[in-house]
Ligand binder design. Structure first.
Ligand code: NAD
Length: 328
């Protein structure tokens, strides 16, 4: 019989892609979210609209499934997470403690938790040229205030559920996942999507606003690699937190230049130093990822950004925000 899995956050960016990936692998999939996927129909066998902050809904969501991929979270880009700390901690603590307990009571075998590079301490990320972050660097803890602390708390709770109850928990720490079918507007979008949107809307020679001085660094991982990494981890026996990201570090300025090149536009940058930038520098150390999975993300940043840019451009045309010349 086909394995039955639950994906929470299936109306969101990574969850929606993951549902498609698991369907292609032959699983029976139940998707749960408070909203339907925004940009295309779900591939799930069953999709339930449930608020997972509520205990009874978590019990309902986890009934009759072998595995849970728990991605539901109240989150967004840096502007959102820095200005909604109480709401984010409140909602995500409720979702995660209820989901773990409901999974246990319903006899779920495996439980995936999607943590974040935001668990890493600020004191390890205060220069642009940072040392890549290893999993053990998370302690002594000084996580991103709000969102990062909640992630760290739930990582611990996953560990305790494995040790105390034998529920096989798996924890990934994502480093900036991006790609098509992700939020690109409205305040919750992340930097690659925001930059693609701004450049798509810009003229052939134009100026766009960049948050901070553009010298802050990050690494970016394409969505196809992300879902493959998640799946591979769930087939492993590894129950400690594991980085999942790319280890090619670039500045925001370089990110803008790559997208401008893809768009074929001459873009100048106007820096807004009053906008939140998050930590100064961040990169993933993938040593353990390679050891544990014998694999690492492969899609180049240029290839991933090209697919993302084209999709966002297409959406802006579809919604009338870009007028294409007649006959083009
Ligand atoms: P997303 O916002 O697109 O998806 C999260 C989904 O959770 C949304 O569809 C949202 O509606 C749903 N949700 C929120 N509150 C809910 C509730 N009360 N009940 C049910 N569903 C609810 O985000 P994403 O980028 O797909 O992220 C998925 C997971 O990965 C999250 O746990 C996030 O914290 C984690 N993560 C993502 C990144 C990244 O770069 N995208 C980085 C680190 C961690």
């Amino acid at each position: 019989m086909d394995k039955k899995v639950l994906v929470t956050g299936a109306g969101g960016f990574i969850g929606h892609h993951l549902v498609k990936y698991l369907k292609d692998k032959g699983y029976w999939v139940r998707g749960v979210d408070i909203k339907l996927p925004e940009y295309e129909d779900t591939a799930a066998d069953e999709f339930e609209l449930l608020d997972l902050r509520r205990w009874a809904n978590c019990l309902q969501a986890t009934r009759g499934v072998d595995e849970v991929y728990n991605l539901a979270a109240n989150m967004g880009g840096i502007g959102f997470i820095e200005s909604h700390k109480a709401e984010i901690m409140h909602d995500n603590v409720l979702i995660n403690v209820h989901m773990l307990e409901a999974a246990r009571l319903n006899g779920v075998e495996k439980f995936l938790y999607t943590s974040s590079a935001c668990v890493y301490p600020g004191y390890k990320q205060n220069t642009a040229d940072v040392t890549p972050l290893k999993e053990e660097d998370a302690y002594p803890a000084d996580a991103e205030d709000g969102y990062g602390w909640e992630k760290l708390f739930t990582e611990r709770q996953c560990r305790h559920y494995y040790e105390d109850y034998g529920l096989k928990t798996y924890t990934v720490r994502f480093h900036n996942i991006f790609g098509h079918l992700g939020t690109y507007d409205g305040g919750r979008e992340k930097s690659p999507a925001a930059i693609c949107r701004k450049i798509a809307l810009a003229k052939e020679e134009d100026e766009i606003e960049v948050w901070g001085d553009g010298k802050q660094t990050r690494s970016y991982c394409f969505i196809d690699d992300c879902v493959e990494g998640i799946f591979r981890l769930m087939q492993s026996d590894y129950h400690e937190p594991l980085n999942l990201g790319q280890d090619r570090m670039i500045t925001i300025n370089e990110l803008v230049d790559i997208v401008a090149e893809i768009a074929g536009k001459k873009i100048t940058k106007r820096y807004d130093l009053t906008k939140p930038q998050g930590v100064r520098g961040r990169n993933s150390d993938n040593t353990r990822l390679r050891e544990v999975l014998g694999w690492e993300p492969r899609t180049s940043l240029e290839e991933g950004l090209e697919r993302t840019y084209k999709w966002i451009y297409g959406e802006l045309v579809k919604t009338g925000r870009i007028k294409e010349p007649v006959g083009s």
